[in-house]
Ligand binder design. Structure first.
Ligand code: SF4
Ligand code: SF4
Length: 140
């Protein structure tokens, strides 16, 4: 089974449409919504798709045919260990629990493979120990 994490951008008139659910049903995909934001300018959805490679590619084509902007979530945040003060701010803010406190050493550990590159910890880190590029790597 393949997995892709995508960020979808919807225009205001698409926000209420059931495109995501149609996509899951028509292409037999497991979808987990990792983050959703809606405002007057439209909506953004970060989600994980699991299915066959072929069905994921078809689902992406379906979204693009329906004028949804599709990008792949970048998978990297870099932590400068020398700056980190183990303040734990990133633990409380991360929506996918990519940080945890090691109670033996009282050090904050980072599991990079969980990261969906939402950028929230980068903005929140008081020591400016975290860096992230764009949220999108490329149009898929
Ligand atoms: S918020 Fe920054 S300084 Fe605090 S534990 Fe996380 S990476 Fe370290
Ligand atoms: S960018 Fe930071 S807050 Fe967002 S998922 Fe990655 S580790 Fe968690």
């Amino acid at each position: 089974m393949a997995e892709k994490k995508l960020i979808l951008t919807f225009s205001p008139d698409q926000v209420d449409s059931p495109l995501t659910f149609r996509m899951a049903k028509d292409y037999d995909l497991d979808i987990s919504i990792l983050r959703a934001e809606v405002n007057e300018r439209g909506g953004k959805l970060i989600l994980s798709l699991k299915g066959t490679e072929d069905s994921i590619l078809k689902a992406i084509a379906f979204l693009e045919d329906n004028k949804v902007q599709v990008g792949e979530v970048a998978r990297f945040v870099i932590r400068d260990e020398s700056r980190c003060t183990d303040c734990s701010m990133c633990i409380s803010i991360c929506p996918v629990r990519a940080y945890k406190l090691n109670k033996a050493s009282w050090k904050v550990q980072f599991e990079q493979e969980r990261c969906i590159a939402c950028g929230m910890c980068v903005d929140a880190c008081p020591a400016m120990a975290l860096e992230c590029g764009n949220h999108l790597t490329q149009t898929v």
